[in-house]
Design a protein around this ligand. Structure first.
Ligand SMILES: Cc1ncc(C[n+]2csc(CCOP(=O)(O)OP(=O)(O)O)c2C)c(N)n1
Ligand SMILES: [Mg+2]
Length: 559
């Protein structure tokens, strides 16, 4: 297994590290190279048949690709970046991994041990820098400790509430020879619900007339989402998903009643208000999923509140649960599925049917201004693309159409940052295509969002990651314009964009590209993009009068 067992002096730190990655099942590594970790690059060269190395154009792009891979697989995504500026660029995705509860291991170069603390060239104290965003950050000061610390990195990133780990690698440590033995493959651990807490939950459900099951958070797997759907059927629970977690249940499931996020269906809001029991599984009920902390009373929701979370520290963090259950989501869902369910009253059944109808009404495209109807385009994709297609996006008002009019049908097909980071969609779509080349991978991006990581189109072309990018170009940072018009009507300042020609730009990267000028032309253009044999970009030009599916600039100014 070892790269270099023949030398009696042992392996370099770089080789020990890469062997540890192989033992832990890593098949893809993302990076922007730096001279600070050359022994790792060389060790990766020696195992190039086992581990693919994807070299990106900016560390924000590279680390977001690794984060998206972690989201998709549930195993830590792996990224290497150089010290100082490489690490500061990468920090955006460490934040994403934290807010999204994604397993990620970021390896960062570090100056030689002999000069540490002098503010040497590109030196940073990573323990301080990442202290508040990473789940664990440390520096490996001896090659002998690499197996131990890398194994711990995998365990920490995946156990309990998943999250990002940052490990700094002093340059000379990576050249150091070591005879240390490899560690075994890592173990991830999750707590499980007690029988007593499950019985209490059953009791609370049996007393409720208007229950609602709310799903969210990280740490799910495909089986767990099927188990929880079965639990909802057995107990007659309508199911809602929180912001950016719409793929935790097939949106075509008859119990699914919609998304609790920005731009929530007012009817769903009413339903939550009227509920007498909320069972929140995995979600933190953060700001984006509570209408900025107004949806539920703090600290005591008026509804009976059952909160299941993989991190005990989340229980009672903001909301005092009637019943708090510290459990991994897969272990909880498996146990919940097996519980004996009572007969479901006709009232409860009717409530689900009604709420489901409100949801179906809400996802019908609306009339709009101009020749491009984004709602209809998203709705068209919803009806036509394979169920396992990936839909990625970043942040901006264009995402409101995607989250409202698209129905996610399979677990982890939604690659969207709960952290609200712009520029996420393209790297995420590329990582998805690299992980599953046989599946469609579509990136929605605003004109602002696209240019935050547009350079990764070069990565997509280089590695034949044939993603389809749909750029929604409204000539502005539309989301900010909306907030601006709300607070300072008419004072448009700092939110307008004068853009490059996206078609020429994409073609210069070697991608297929076309402008779609009216809704009816989209299907044919999309088919050409699918068959282009290379990454493709479709530009949609939309009116800067449109702010959300329901709101225009004129509406806001009149208000
Ligand atoms: C990295 C990052 N920088 C800034 C913001 C603040 N921000 C949120 S949405 C937005 C505008 C997005 O513009 P665009 O992608 O064109 O989408 P639109 O709102 O116009 O549809 C900005 C600047 C952010 N969320 N993330
Ligand atoms: Mg825009």
């Amino acid at each position: 297994m070892n790269i270099n067992t023949s030398s009696s002096k042992g392996r370099t730190g770089g080789q020990v590290l890469v062997d540890a990655l192989r033992i832990n099942g890593v098949r893809t590594v993302y990076c922007v190279p730096g001279e600070s970790f050359l022994p790792v690059l060389d060790a990766l060269y020696l195992v190039r048949d086992d581990i693919d190395l994807i070299t990106c154009r900016q560390e924000g792009g590279a680390t977001h690709m690794a984060e998206a891979q972690g989201k998709i697989t549930g195993e830590p995504g792996i990224c290497f970046v150089t010290r100082g500026p490489g690490s500061t660029n990468a920090s955006i995705a460490v934040h994403t991994a934290r807010q999204d509860s994604t397993p990620l291991i970021l390896f960062v170069g570090q100056v030689e041990r002999g000069v540490l603390g002098r503010e040497a060239w590109q030196e940073l104290d990573y323990r301080q820098m990442f202290g508040s965003i990473a789940k664990w950050v440390d520096q490996v000061d001896s090659a002998d400790r690499l197996p131990e610390m890398i194994s711990r990195a995998f365990s920490v990133a995946t156990s309990g509430r998943p999250g990002p780990v940052v490990l700094a690698l002093p340059e000379d440590m990576l050249f150091e020879l070591s005879t240390v033995k490899d560690a075994q493959k890592y173990q991830s651990s999750q707590s499980a619900p007690t029988q007593e807490s499950l019985a209490q939950m059953q009791d609370l459900i049996s007393k409720a007339q208007k229950p609602l099951l709310i799903l969210g958070g990280g740490g799910w797997n495909a089986q767990a989402t099927l188990d929880i759907a079965q639990f909802s059927e057995a107990f007659g629970l309508p199911v809602a998903c929180v912001f950016r977690r719409q793929d935790l249940i097939n949106n075509q499931h008859s119990n699914y009643v919609g998304e609790i996020g920005l731009g929530m269906n007012p009817k769903l809001h009413e339903q939550i208000d009227e509920s007498d029991l909320l069972i929140v599984v995995g979600a933190r009920m953060g700001e984006t999923s509570t209408n900025a902390y107004t949806l539920l009373d703090i600290p005591n929701p008026k509804q009976t509140f059952i909160h299941i979370h993989s991190d005990a520290n989340e229980l009672g963090h903001v909301y005092q649960p009637t019943l708090g259950i510290n459990s991994g989501l897969a272990t909880f869902a498996a146990a919940a599925k097996k519980l004996n369910a009572p007969a479901i009253s006709s009232d409860k059944k009717e409530r689900i049917v009604k709420a489901r109808q409100h949801y179906l009404d809400f996802i019908k495209p609306l009339e709009t201004i101009g020749p491009i109807n984004l709602g209809e385009i998203v709705s068209y994709l919803n009806k036509t693309i394979p169920e396992d297609s990936y839909i990625a996006n970043g942040a901006g008002n264009y995402t409101l159409w995607v989250q409202r009019f698209f129905q996610y049908k399979k677990f982890k097909t939604q690659l969207a940052p709960a952290s609200g980071t712009m520029g996420y969609g393209l790297p995420a779509a590329i990582a998805a295509k690299i992980e599953h080349p046989e599946r469609l991978s579509i990136c929605f991006a605003g004109d602002g969002c696209f240019l935050m990581n547009g350079q990764e189109l070069a990565t997509a072309v280089q590695y034949q990651a044939n993603v389809i990018i749909i750029v929604v170009n409204n000539g502005m940072y539309g989301s900010i314009r909306m907030h601006q018009e709300r607070h300072y009507p008419g004072n448009v300042w700092g939110s307008s964009l004068s853009n490059p020609n996206f078609i020429d730009l994409a073609k210069a990267y070697g991608a297929h590209a076309e402008l779609v000028e009216k809704t009816a032309d989209f299907p044919a253009a999309f088919e050409r993009a699918e068959n282009a044999g290379r990454p493709a970009l479709i530009e949609l030009q939309t009116s800067d009068e449109i702010l959300t599916p329901r709101l225009t600039v004129s509406d806001l100014r009149r208000a």
